[in-house]
Ligand binder design. Sequence first.
Ligand code: ADE
Length: 216
Amino acid sequence: MFQGPFSESIIKRAREQGSVEIILHDIRDYSEDKHKRVDDYPFGGGAGMVMQIGPIASVIDKLKSERDYDEVIYMTPDGHRFNQKIANSLSIKTNLILLCGHYKGVDQRVREHYITSEISIGDYVLTGGELAAAVVVDAVVRLIPGVISDETSALSDSFQDNLLAPPVYTRPADFNGWKVPDVLLSGHQKAIDTWREEQSLLRTRKLRPDLLEGEE
Ligand code: ADE
């Protein structure tokens, strides 16, 4: 599941140039069961399986014995909703563990004793936390200095200042009569900057008014 996201394009280059190290750990490798099981039936009954604390504790304890971690994050639909602000704060950390749940989730004692924060990428349920973790890694790694060639580029993204990005255009200036706004061709940088700020505000008001109310 991580093959594509972590082995292509910008994340690939970031790993190759040493801007980030991403190591995958298979919790099954820490199972003491001969069938490598890591889940079991929930106490008290009910549908679905629960990931056991044993193998998760083993892998986290091993990792923590090798280096210090700033956060042990559990990917779960009932976590804090991921946003640019959280991505920014994670991008300045040194070491992170992202724990991906499956089935009905992990034994609550993992959350109480190992997890320091919980992240959801949205109000929907994925089959596991892996795709959510890939989203978080992608959003965070691109903010690490030197990962995106144009350093100002990440700063002008949508959401960086709670505003959506303005529209962008490139050549040709006229495609079958569909023209690029004159101001962008004017060469007046001040007018262009003002236009972009106005467009950002207009787009945000129209498409995401919640951002202007300071909602996180
Ligand atoms: N695991 C399953 N669904 C998820 C979601 N929406 N966010 C984070 N982790 C998840």
